[in-house]
Ligand binder design. Structure first.
Ligand code: NAD
Length: 355
């Protein structure tokens, strides 16, 4: 059996990381036909857009993609390809499992939490009004003195549809992965209509899973403190887009940093796997950064494809290399300037040797 998978190398550190991840995934023995497509600022000249239609078409056809990070230039009016991809493919759920592997540089042991972030709504919906535009002035007039006249405005939409499908996704994930509890995170004490709606819908969904999966609620500010003080009290967490963006990085910090934090964006019938980290342009082409987050994203992809044995074997091989602490990149050494740190390729080779 072989699988067709779209591979987007990305830019910055993306191409070297995806090359390593590809080698490791192939070394598990699972047969994959990679359809490689570029996206991002470098393809604009050729295709007139950073996200050409043939890339989307390839993912729609294959239903599975592995992706390296893509840079979002700041202040150019160029929308994030990463956000555009999630919108175009309706990838409404971002799943970020955060797990400590023994030997990783972290202040914590035994962390095993999963962040489920809503991907399509909230302040990321792209409904923004710039300073002094007619729309901004209209909204300011509607707000009856609550907004200063020299404001720019971003709108935060949350819908019953969006809240229901993400909370349901979190509960279904909990059931499928033998998880005990789902915690809904919001700021409903302040945003009574939007985050209030999120909790109202979450409670309704939780009722459907009563007796199977426990449910509780924590406000996002308290959740930040709870996660650094008592991370062992949490299991699956579900939240709107912005809180998910922030808490995912916080959780990555709990388990050893961005170098080891994988992720998946999932929609109806399509799944795109990518690390939490970005394109770290300063390390581009230096064979320096940690391939673990992308390789773990590949491990999640293998699980999604139903290749459980290969995924387990790969996860064990990654864990063994981390536990040994020898063939690991600079960010996994006790001292980041440790000269015995290896490069991206070498760490990937060490993982292959343990398969
Ligand atoms: P970043 O994650 O690229 O890098 C921040 C720092 O984290 C790096 O300087 C490095 O010290 C560390 N780091 C990141 N990945 C690492 C790895 N694999 N191994 C070791 N250390 C690692 O974040 P940023 O600097 O905020 O973003 C750079 C660009 O990436 C921006 O244009 C941003 O928009 C984009 N970005 C893309 C994605 C994506 O493609 N999904 C996600 C986040 C950021």
């Amino acid at each position: 059996m072989s699988y067709n998978v779209t591979l987007i190398p990305g830019d910055g550190i993306g191409p070297e990381l995806t090359a390593s991840a590809r080698r490791v995934i192939e070394a598990t023995g699972v047969k994959i036909n990679w359809e490689v497509h570029d996206a991002g600022v470098d393809v604009i000249e050729k295709y007139g857009t950073p996200l050409p239609e043939h890339v989307l078409e390839s993912i729609r056809r294959n239903k599975v993609a592995l992706k390296g990070p893509i840079t979002t230039p700041i202040g150019t009016g160029f929308r994030s390809v990463n956000v555009a991809l999630r919108h175009a493919l309706n990838l409404f759920a971002c799943v970020r499992p955060c797990k400590t592997y023994p030997g990783v540089r972290s202040r914590y042991d035994n962390i095993d939490v999963v962040m489920v972030r809503e991907n399509s709504e909230d302040l990321y919906a792209g409904v923004e009004y710039d300073l002094d535009t007619p729309e901004t002035k209209q909204i300011i007039a509607l707000a009856n003195g609550k907004i200063r006249p020299d404001s720019a405005i971003s709108i935060k939409p949350l819908s019953i549809t969006g809240c229901r499908r993400i909370v349901k996704f979190a509960f279904d994930y909990a059931v499928a992965n033998n998880r005990q509890k789902v915690t809904a995170v919001s700021k409903a004490n302040i945003m009574k209509y939007t985050d209030g709606l999120f909790y109202r819908v979450a409670r309704e969904v939780a009722e459907e899973y009563k007796g199977k999966v426990a449910y509780d609620e924590v406000l996002v500010d308290a959740m930040c403190m709870q996660l650094v003080q008592y991370p062992e009290n949490y299991d699956v967490m579900v939240m709107p887009n912005l809180y998910g963006d922030i808490l995912s990085d916080l959780s990555a910090g709990l388990v050893g940093g961005l170098g080891v934090a994988p992720g998946a964006n999932i929609g109806d019938g399509v799944a795109l796997f990518e690390p939490t980290h970005g394109s770290a342009p300063k390390y581009k082409g230096k064979n320096k950064v940690n391939p673990t987050a992308l390789i773990l994203s590949g491990m999640l992809m293998l699980r999604h494809l139903g290749e459980k044995e290969a995924a387990d074997r790969l996860e064990k091989a990654i864990a063994a290399v981390i536990a040994e602490g020898k063939n690991v990149t600079y960010d996994m050494k006790v001292d980041r300037s440790d000269p015995t740190a290896v490069g991206t390729k070498e760490m990937a080779e060490a993982i292959i040797a343990k398969l």
